[in-house]
Write a new protein. Structure first.
Length: 383
């Protein structure tokens, strides 16, 4: 583990026999992460704080506290407080997770409480590939994952729609068991049985390809195909067949639900996040100016693009053009943890800051619109 002096921005050491208001005056008032250390140099508690000084005071000063309801007292144990300012929720969560790994090592899981995420996965190396739900975000040879979903149910619905529309295996537990003829989907004639007939597997492979492309967002091509097939079946007076194609169309239309608005191949996932940053003094101005922190967040890492307050639309374009690919990622090594942090931010009822899905490219008009609508950013953007 690196020394705490390297991991944190600042520290305050106890010089008297107990903590006082004056002793805590050097703790910054920013949003951030605090670490309490004992006399032996061992960590006592790591936590996120909306106001670092106020949180330190609440933890270490107990003159008016109720001894019955008070939380565990760390004031007598703490000799050093380490602090890192983060300014916004996203950076605070990323920093806390990174510091928990660095400070507590193998015991970090006790301190990192992140939600499980559910993804849709396709294992192309399987005997008969199909979509299924997985909680594993790590890469596996031949496996492609899609996300993010607001819930496990949404991920399950997504898989069921694709498996049903493209007639992929929906009873994989029976594969290679000798019990394939008992499959209810085979008996109901909703599956042609590629598990039993080798001649059908080339067609199954093509269906897997189409389903994967649809999962990646290419919905219009299969919709057009099913629409044409439905119309042709109707002309031939094959109304039962036409009804089956209509059901496929109805299912595909469900992929446009709000639950699936941020679903992409995981490797392509890309979001721009803009939120409150530090206040800095600018030359010629008496008051400090609130900066905005810009982040690019992908499945590969979170990238701090810089601190920047735009004043024109062209300045935004120039900033993103120069910073989009040049900065190294923030130190968060666990892919699952990064995706969990992203999940926490995206699917809150009130998202902090601005989040723009840039998976298909930088959406300049959307970014400008969001900046203009954020009253707490106090940004004026000219043409």
């Amino acid at each position: 583990m690196k020394g705490c002096e390297e991991l944190f921005d600042s520290s305050v050491t106890l010089t008297q026999h107990k903590w006082t208001q004056d002793a805590l005056a050097d703790v910054p008032t920013c949003k951030g992460v605090l670490l309490f250390i004992d006399a032996a140099g061992k960590p006592i508690q790591l936590l996120q704080a909306a106001n670092c000084r106020r949180t330190a005071q609440a933890k270490l000063l107990h003159e008016d506290a109720d001894p019955v309801t008070r939380k565990p007292d760390v004031s007598d144990l703490t000799t050093v407080i380490y602090c890192t300012c983060c300014y916004n929720n996203f950076l605070s969560q990323v920093t806390y997770t990174r510091l928990a790994r660095a400070v507590f090592g193998k015991d970090a899981a006790h301190w990192i409480q992140l939600p499980k995420i559910s993804l849709a996965a396709m294992d192309k190396n399987a005997f008969l590939p199909y979509f299924h739900v997985t909680d594993t975000a790590n890469k596996h040879p031949g496996q492609q994952c899609f996300g993010l979903f607001p819930s496990r149910k949404a991920a399950t619905d997504f898989c069921d729609i694709l498996n049903t529309v493209f007639v992929l295996c929906r009873n994989p537990a029976l594969l290679k068991t000798g019990q394939e003829p008992s499959c209810p989907y085979l008996q109901m004639q909703t599956c042609p049985g590629p598990c039993l007939d080798e001649n059908l597997r080339a067609g199954y492979a093509e269906a897997v390809k189409q389903a994967t492309q649809t999962a990646a967002g290419n919905i219009e091509i299969p919709k057009q195909q099913f629409r044409q097939q439905m119309q042709q079946a109707s002309k031939r007076m094959e109304f039962e067949q036409a009804q089956r194609f209509k059901k496929k169309l109805d299912l595909l239309n469900k992929l446009t639900r709000r639950d699936f608005q941020h679903v992409h191949p995981l490797e392509d996932l890309c979001f721009l996040h803009i939120d409150i940053g530090p206040k800095v003094g600018l030359k010629g101005q008496k008051q400090k100016t609130q900066q905005l922190m810009w982040f690019k967040v992908t499945a590969q890492g979170a990238f701090h693009l810089g601190d920047f307050v735009p004043d024109t639309e062209s300045s935004i374009s120039e900033f993103l053009e120069t910073s989009w690919t040049k900065n190294p990622p923030l130190s968060l090594t666990e892919r699952r943890e990064l995706l969990s942090v992203l999940y926490l931010q995206l699917f809150r009822s009130q998202r902090p800051g601005i989040w723009v899905d840039c998976t298909l490219g930088i959406r300049l008009e959307k970014i400008i619109s969001e900046l203009k609508s954020q009253s707490n950013f106090n940004v004026t953007i000219g043409a």
